[in-house]
Design a protein around this ligand. Structure first.
Ligand SMILES: Cc1cc2nc3c(=O)[nH]c(=O)nc-3n(C[C@H](O)[C@H](O)[C@H](O)COP(=O)(O)OP(=O)(O)OC[C@H]3O[C@@H](n4cnc5c(N)ncnc54)[C@H](O)[C@@H]3O)c2cc1C
Length: 378
């Protein structure tokens, strides 16, 4: 049984995405009375899949959710690297995390959200949707909160897990700034599993990098990284379909199968990438940031969600260890800063190498060595 938290009694979590939900579960299970709010009135997430690396699986193990991911998503034995034309080059050098076989999981984001939301409902937490904060004020031992519906509250701790454009960050952390564009964009499609695909696949040697992650018995998502070109307006649905199909020209094996079998009915999305490790301090009095709000990264190591879950666990562990909340927040930042910096900086460096046309061995090596560093205990 996890140690009970005595350094705080109540917490407000602003933002119920992966990081906020992981924090809510970790704190509530250690006896904290948690209120969670999310700006989205329907508490949705978009329809992509998400890659759950071995390191992220270890983090989800702390939440007791690995069986759920295996049952409702997929856990496969590592990933293979292909030349874009379809020739198998080698397997990705993935680490054994905590002595387990190298594993790569995947799950559809809406399924993962639903599983985490069910845990939160089972814990009986208060969840209010369509709500954010408009003012946060530190007092000696509480934070006074004004909500967007003009109601007010008072908490021992406020956690800003409201993502890249965090309102909590803007309100309380003037020394931080918005994440920076990296020069690449990410295309994603959710589609049926190509018949030849067994485990995760990556395709190198083309100016566009492609990966495919299995997310269930018969579901995968494909991601593709391309140089980002400035546009006047967002791609509409037809442009997304036509452009993505065109981008996949010349790709073989499962990536070619997806190009030939994709339709306008499949979920397709394009998003320019941005990243930033925010400078410390990550807390201001009893207000603290977590997840993309403070360590936003790109998908190159498929680790952003894993880092958010790890941060949630570390925050709860430090709150359980410390005599007072401020001590715990310092210890949280100390344990997280260098590890998150490694992820953010390595991800940006891999993206830059792809933009420069680095060979498959170099890219594969950069990914493998970063994943090995991440396998160290967090
Ligand atoms: C293209 C792309 C692909 C990725 N692929 C992977 C991957 O394969 N594997 C992986 O591990 N990571 C991946 N990531 C990273 C991962 O998605 C994020 O790191 C992760 O979702 C961060 O969790 P979070 O809780 O901080 O933010 P989010 O999951 O974004 O959740 C934030 C929540 O806050 C809410 N919110 C926003 N503003 C407010 C507000 N003002 N008030 C209240 N609520 C608010 C939102 O509605 C949302 O529910 C990818 C990222 C990108 C961009």
């Amino acid at each position: 049984m996890d140690k009970k938290i005595e350094s705080i009694g109540t917490a407000l979590i602003v933002g119920g995405g992966i990081g906020g939900m992981a924090t809510a579960i970790s704190l509530a299970e250690r006896g904290v009375k948690v209120d969670l709010i999310d700006l989205d009135p329907e508490w949705r997430v978009y329809g992509a899949g998400i890659t759950i690396t071995g390191v992220t699986l270890r983090a989800y193990k702390h939440l007791g959710m690995v069986e759920d991911i295996a049952k409702h998503g997929a856990i496969t034995n590592g990933s293979s690297i292909f030349h874009f034309s379809g020739k198998h080059l080698r397997d990705l050098d993935e680490p054994a995390v905590d002595g387990e076989e190298p594993a790569t999981g995947g799950i559809m984001r809406p399924v993962l959200h639903h599983l985490m939301q069910e845990r939160i409902r089972a814990l009986g937490l208060s969840v209010q949707l369509g709500l954010t904060v408009t003012n946060l004020e530190n007092r000696e031992d509480k934070v006074d909160v004004v909500f967007s519906d003009e109601s007010t509250g008072s908490y021992d701790l406020v956690i800003g897990s409201d993502s890249v454009h965090s309102t909590v960050r803007k309100l309380c952390f003037p020394h931080m700034s918005e994440p920076k564009r990296t020069g690449q964009g990410c295309w994603r499609i959710s589609i049926e599993k190509p018949p030849m695909l067994e485990k995760g696949e990556m395709y190198f040697g083309h100016k566009y990098t492609v990966g495919i992650t299995r997310c269930g018995e018969n579901t995968v998502y494909l991601w593709m990284l391309t140089p980002h070109e400035r546009r006047e307006k967002h791609f509409d649905d037809e442009e997304l379909y036509v452009q993505m199909k065109e981008n996949l020209e010349g790709f073989g094996n499962s990536a070619g199968w997806i190009r030939d079998n994709m339709t306008r009915e499949h979920w397709i999305n394009y998003r320019p990438l941005a990243a930033k490790l925010q400078p410390g301090p990550w807390s201001n009095g009893r207000i603290v940031l977590l997840g993309d709000a403070v360590h936003a990264t790109t998908p190159h190591l498929a680790s952003g969600a894993g880092m958010a879950v790890e941060s949630a666990i570390v925050l709860a562990q430090e709150l359980a260890k410390a005599k007072n909340a401020l001590e715990a927040l310092n210890a949280y930042e100390e344990r997280r800063f260098d590890r998150c910096r490694d992820i953010v900086e390595s991800s940006i460096a891999i993206g830059a190498a792809q933009l420069e046309g680095a060979p498959p061995d170099q890219i594969g090596g950069m990914i493998g060595s970063a994943l090995h560093r991440l396998a160290a205990p967090f």
